[in-house]
Write a protein that binds this ligand. Sequence first.
Ligand SMILES: *[C@@H]1O[C@H](CO)[C@@H](O)[C@H](O)[C@H]1NC(C)=O
Ligand SMILES: *[C@@H]1O[C@H](CO)[C@@H](O)[C@H](O)[C@H]1NC(C)=O
Ligand SMILES: *[C@@H]1O[C@H](CO)[C@@H](O)[C@H](O)[C@H]1NC(C)=O
Ligand SMILES: *[C@@H]1O[C@H](CO)[C@@H](O)[C@H](O)[C@H]1NC(C)=O
Ligand SMILES: [Fe+2]
Length: 692
Amino acid sequence: MSGSVVLFSVPMLPGVSTMPGYTVTVATGSQWFAGTDDYIYMTLVGTERSSERTLLDKPLYNDFERGAVDSYEISVGENLGDIELVKIEKKKYWMHDDWYCKYITVKTPSGDYLEFPCFRWIVDDKEVILRDGRARLPQDDKTRVAKQHRRKELEMRQKTFRWKEWHPGFPMSIDAQTHKELPRDIQFDSEKGVDFALNYSKAIENLCINQFMHMFQSSWGDFADFERIFVRIKNTISEYVMQHWKEDFMFGYQFLNGCNPVMIKKCTSIPSKFPVTHEMVSDCLERDLTLEEELKEGNLYIADYEIMDEVTPNSTDPCTLQFLAAPICLLYKNSQNKIMPIAIQLSQTPGEDSPIFLPSDDEYDWLLAKIWVRSADFHVHQTVTHLLRTHLISEVFGIAMYRQLPAVHPVYKLIVPHIRFTIAINTKAREQLICECGIFDKANGTGGGGHVELVQKAMKKFTYKSLCFPDGIKDRGMDSQKDLPYYFYRDDGIKVWDTVKSFVTDVVNIYYDSDETVQKDEEIQAFVKDICSFGMQDFDYCEFPKALQTREQLVEYLTVVIFTASAQHAAINFGQFDWCSWIPNAPPTMRKPPPTKKGEVDVKFIVESLPDRGRSCWHLGAVWALSQFQENELFLGMYPDEQFTEKSVKKAMETFQKNLSEVSKSIKSRNEGKKLPYYYFSPDRIPNSVAV
Ligand SMILES: *[C@@H]1O[C@H](CO)[C@@H](O)[C@H](O)[C@H]1NC(C)=O
Ligand SMILES: *[C@@H]1O[C@H](CO)[C@@H](O)[C@H](O)[C@H]1NC(C)=O
Ligand SMILES: *[C@@H]1O[C@H](CO)[C@@H](O)[C@H](O)[C@H]1NC(C)=O
Ligand SMILES: *[C@@H]1O[C@H](CO)[C@@H](O)[C@H](O)[C@H]1NC(C)=O
Ligand SMILES: [Fe+2]
């Protein structure tokens, strides 16, 4: 037999045997369990021919360890032509051992250097076929191999990423019951890190509120009593809130720069359902004008919680009935340009049983009316501003991306960092937080059904345009800086929006040379169509585009995707602890119905309306946990995974980062010396994606 081996090697004599090989370098991820002991095979597919399937193995060396960058030679008999694809196969060694491959580089015999971004898990016996890192639109691919690769990738993804309706009338979410069922690539790196239950007990431990849990259903004694669960916390803003929460300026300030700064609107006429008269509020007006004249001058604003009307409070627990209200609040811009509340009605129907509360009323009547507004604001913030308008919509963008854009598409590369862990966090939340018996229900007045009604109602007013930050501001009549100089949410938000938009414009212009290129990109058209027709359930009133005609429209669309997932979520998520931890400032539930008469309220009545000790503790734990950044958080514009290999894009990213740090600097200097700094839109505090 040995003779035949010798015979076989005869043709490999002089000349041919010196054909130099390819050097491939393989980078393994550095997260937990990224390494593998399985066998890894590689095949290089060239335009002329393919290499042999080669086992990557270095003798006496443990290949593919976590964080490793290993190089191998792949020898070839003849020239392969240009390398079109790299095929990686994993085969079981002992037990299946998942592997996270970051990227592969190939050095050709002629010294060319090719990059193949991977950034995915290779599980079981699955194979992965990679294209080189140059992003291409579908119409740029001419060869059969390339076209087929795109099609196959999408076919596979559409099998794994399926739409499912969580509740009727909601945006669609992923078809998976649990985090474990999700494709490995979109799961959290470690299950523990995001376990709400764990996190939750941790929070409660941290905040040292354990000792109160056993007194679950008892009321606090008075306001000072709330301070007892508060002492451990050192947070400048929440302490300031605790000291000033009763004051009108503090109440008014939160409409502009609190954690739900999206409810306030310019008031253009006093609605007939809220019959405030000049006589009622004349004490508050500072300009010697009538209410009508103040209105004409543009000094009146309004916050209407109409959406809360007839939402069912949860009343399963007969020991603690819970109540909701749908208040309306009239706001006045005083001569110092501060926003002050001047009238509050606690329902949508005026009448004897629904008096209009005024600052001139008895101290506790007025205070309780404001508390009711804060409680309604809390529910709308959690359910509409936060859950629907950032978490659920980002999930829609993410699912559509996986279903319609292959990894070689420039828009996939652009937005994949901005949907990282979003489907995972939402799945976790559906599993543990906002399900029946979830944490949400434990303390929220809208728990167990109410929040579902709220999302359903909010969906009917949820337009694409409202996600375009400048349009949203303008729609509420809040766009004039001269008119309202202290609306930092607006000023900072516009800066970040413009910066994101300028980056997106740079990237779009690299790949799309005309509007026609956009129209001809079938994949991007399928992406927006999927969002509108499936993600948003084809609700016409949402006005999500069904197709994109111009580069400008594409730029706006992608700016919406990135801005919503990063900046908008940060602005309304990370202030939760600052503004909601002082419970009387954001009661997650109310235990007495809204007052129907004036003059019957005292401190005791208010304390009995506020959440009991147990619910307060749950609440505090939740707002704490939800306001934490992750370990190794990736902030806006940080792209450690090099999905793009083109220099032009890397240059655009550098400009983006430079511009973002300018914005951070300007926000920092604006905040200097302020007792209430506004920093939620500061890019150095904005994570890239919705992940908490
Ligand atoms: C209240 O919440 C519980 C779960 O905590 C749920 O079973 C019940 O159906 C809810 N009640 C209403 C009226 O929604
Ligand atoms: C970002 O910076 C570049 C130059 O450094 C500039 O041309 C561009 O307009 C900036 N964009 C924004 C929105 O600041
Ligand atoms: C009510 O639900 C929201 C989550 O959407 C959470 O932030 C809040 O803390 C919850 N309240 C309690 C007491 O769990
Ligand atoms: C809580 O969650 C955050 C991110 O969601 C994570 O960074 C942190 O480690 C978690 N804490 C615990 C105790 O699990
Ligand atoms: Fe969030």
